[in-house]
Write a protein that binds this ligand. Structure first.
Ligand code: ACM
Ligand code: ZN
Length: 679
């Protein structure tokens, strides 16, 4: 049964189904995989129209109201005793449920409306499966592994409408995700109405350029809301209350993030008096020395907690530059009077103080793992993004943690071969990679692991200008987060992949844009088989050292025959800041036909091709003869990720080969090289 089926197509389908073969769908076909299920004999034949339902214990009418929104799928039974679907709700709590499918009817039992809601989502996935005609009889006993199963929406870099968010809430509910993290303050725009500080939304929410990239390329300036060029926007409190209510009816909590003290240039530009310099467009961070800053934070948080019922308030805490604090007399005075050691402790002072304030209002803070630096606030929950170490440290000291390590959970990274994907920040995080993530590190004791409350995927939106592009990045990778967050840890990617194709098809039929998983290209072909050549195992002497963050396999990386994949983070690409120079010693003189070296271009991550690559050869390692210099023919601003092989013909005898690569002039530009191939 298709959710969007019209009456005409329903009649046609039911006529045709006499000859068409039955498609039986069941517990084995949904995402997340139910905790436990058994199959019994027979099946429940799906009616041509909607399933009739009856609900017991629905004290506030929440479940019946929700079902009434889906009239093509569910309709109230005239006689409850004859309903296709009988739902019984207890007076308890919990997201668990049982779902019994027999040949005659479907019975749901849940301790709470949340559990009943999730049983319904399981049914919507089954009945909505393309061409499904019957449900496999059996019993599902389902309960989530983690209480926090989230997605982050970055509406600062590109503003999205409340309707867009509601649409994503429906998709999240379908896969039993229950936390929507709203990242709505950052340098690219402030997005929440705050009555005490109107400049945040009259000015800091608007830009003359629609896309983040154009805005950056044009000096990253805001404009007045009334400016004819103004693009962007913000949510009124009324819109937010409505959104929060819409989410709550779907068992989703909206967690607001107010970024402090870093990522705050929109604030210091609208209200420069709470920055260190006192000037607009200078400071990324709020000034921690000035009392007025804390008045601002507390006033803003008062309005935030008035609107958001979430127990957690996310206070950011990541990537404060701290540069202004080192020179600011107010910040330095604060360090002195509070007996702090350095600017790290100054950050920690700010976080502790804000935590105390929020605790006094009955709320808890959650923040990015930098809040560990300089001492963690006593009741803080950590969101571990720079790998898992921060999260593990916090768990070992008894704090609660949400895992969202970049390598697995940053879905702004490219999900397929860069050449066929839209421009992105870089990386390579296909569905299989996200799905492979296991949040509980083996070093944790059961007691420590019990504070790991879940995981989430983050879609940072610098390179995601449109709504449909955002959906394309979420689905299907959000399915993997949903399954890791809900199901038991056993994994079978082939089975998950089969179910992900079906859920993608269902989302497509409901009007979402999804990644075309059926036509996934996958990893860079060249990286799949070793490249046989005479440089393998040779000695490499580095004139320029590789960066300690990107050593790959160390000194053997460039001559191990292994080419890198689509991302410089895969430990096959070696990274250099500035230029590159190394000498390959083949051990003895040999006839060299050609020399080649491959570099990566990923400008979103400051990874650039060399301007040129120079090859020289030598028989004694002292006197080198130039062979050729090859210049890059790639536009340094070409926005997509690509690899370029710089190859020359040598046709001479030599033992030593020198490779010199001139880095890009952009300050902080990286060079990444995966292999030197000599034949
Ligand atoms: C982050 O990605 N800066 C949390
Ligand atoms: Zn300051």
């Amino acid at each position: 049964m298709n959710l969007k089926k019209t009456l005409v197509s329903t009649i046609l389908a039911s006529t045709l189904s006499l000859s068409a073969s039955a498609l039986t769908v069941g517990a084995a076909d949904i995402i997340p995989r139910p905790t436990e299920f058994t199959q019994s004999k027979g099946s429940f034949a799906l009616p041509a129209g909607a399933l009739t339902f009856a609900v017991k214990g629905d004290s506030d009418g929440r479940i019946a109201n929700y079902l009434s929104l889906l009239p093509e799928t569910f309709t109230p039974a005239e006689k409850p005793s004859k309903a296709d679907l009988m739902i019984e709700i207890g007076k308890g709590t919990g997201e668990n449920y049982t779902l019994d499918i027999t040949q005659r009817r479907i019975n749901v039992k849940a301790p709470s409306a949340a559990g009943a809601f999730y049983a319904i989502q399981s049914l919507i996935q089954m009945t909505g499966t393309k061409d499904a005609t019957e449900l496999q009889a059996g019993r599902i006993t389902d309960t989530p592994r983690f209480p926090h199963r989230g997605l982050l929406f970055d509406v600062s870099r590109h503003f999205r409408s409340a309707d867009f968010l509601k649409k994503q809430i429906d998709a999240m509910a379908l896969m039993k995700l229950n936390k929507l993290h709203l990242h709505f303050t950052d340098a690219a725009g402030w997005r929440m109405e705050i009555e005490k500080y109107p400049r945040l939304t009259e000015f800091a929410a608007w830009r003359p350029q629609a896309t983040w990239q154009d805005w950056c390329d044009n000096g990253a300036r805001y404009c007045e809301k009334t400016d004819g060029r103004a693009t962007g926007g913000y949510y009124t409190k009324q819109e937010l209350r409505d959104l929060i209510d819409y989410a709550a009816k779907r068992n989703i909590t909206v967690i607001p993030e107010i970024e402090i003290p870093g990522h705050s240039k929109e604030v210091t530009s609208a209200y420069p008096e709470i920055s260190c310099s006192g000037l607009p467009y200078v400071d990324e961070d709020l000034c921690i020395g000035k009392e007025e800053t804390f008045r601002f934070i507390e006033n803003v948080l008062d309005e935030v907690i008035d609107v958001f019922p979430s127990a957690y308030i996310h206070i950011g805490g990541d990537e404060a530059s701290k540069g202004g604090w080192r020179k600011c007399p107010d910040c330095q005075a604060r360090i002195k009077t509070e007996g702090l050691k350095d600017v790290d402790e100054l950050q920690s002072y700010a976080i502790h103080r804000v935590e105390k304030y929020l605790n006094s209002k009955g709320r808890d803070i959650i923040g990015w793992d930098e809040i560990l630096e300089g001492g963690l606030a006593p009741n803080a929950t950590v969101m571990s993004w720079r790998g898992t170490e921060g999260g593990i440290t916090a768990l070992k000291s008894g704090h609660k943690v949400v895992m969202t390590p970049g390598e697995f959970c940053y879905i702004d990274y490219t999900q397929d071969a860069a050449f066929k994907e839209p421009v992105s920040i870089g990386g390579f995080t296909p569905l299989k990679k996200v799905y492979s993530y296991e949040p509980v590190d083996p070093s944790l004791t059961p007691q420590e692991a019990s504070n790991l409350i879940g995981l989430q995927a983050n879609l940072w939106a610098e390179y995601i200008p449109t709504d449909s592009h955002a959906e394309y990045m979420y689905y299907p990778r959000a399915f993997a987060i949903a399954e890791i967050g809900w199901s038991t840890p056993e994994k079978n990617y082939d089975d998950f992949h089969r179910r992900a194709l079906a859920l993608n098809t269902l989302l497509d039929s409901m009007g979402y844009t999804t990644f075309d998983l059926a036509n996934e290209y996958g990893e860079r072909r060249e990286s799949l088989t070793p490249v046989v050549n005479s440089a393998i195992g040779a000695k490499v002497e580095y004139t320029t050292p590789y960066h300690s963050k990107y050593p790959a396999a160390g000194n053997s990386t460039l001559v191990d025959g292994l080419r890198g994949g689509w991302t410089y983070g895969d430990k096959r690409w070696q990274g250099f800041l500035g230029d590159f120079e190394a000498i390959v010693d083949l051990g003895k003189s040999a006839y060299i036909h050609s020399v080649a070296a491959t570099f990566m271009h990923a400008p979103g991550a400051w990874v650039h091709l060399p301007q040129n690559v120079e090859i020289e050869i030598s028989s004694d390692g002292k006197v080198f003869t130039p062979v050729e210099t090859i210049w890059s023919d790639v536009d340094p601003l070409y926005p997509k990720i690509m690899m370029k092989n710089f190859a020359v013909a040598a046709n001479a005898n030599a033992r030593y080969v020198k490779i010199k690569a001139k880095g890009h002039d952009r300050p902080g530009a990286w060079l990444f090289i995966d292999e030197i191939v000599i034949n």
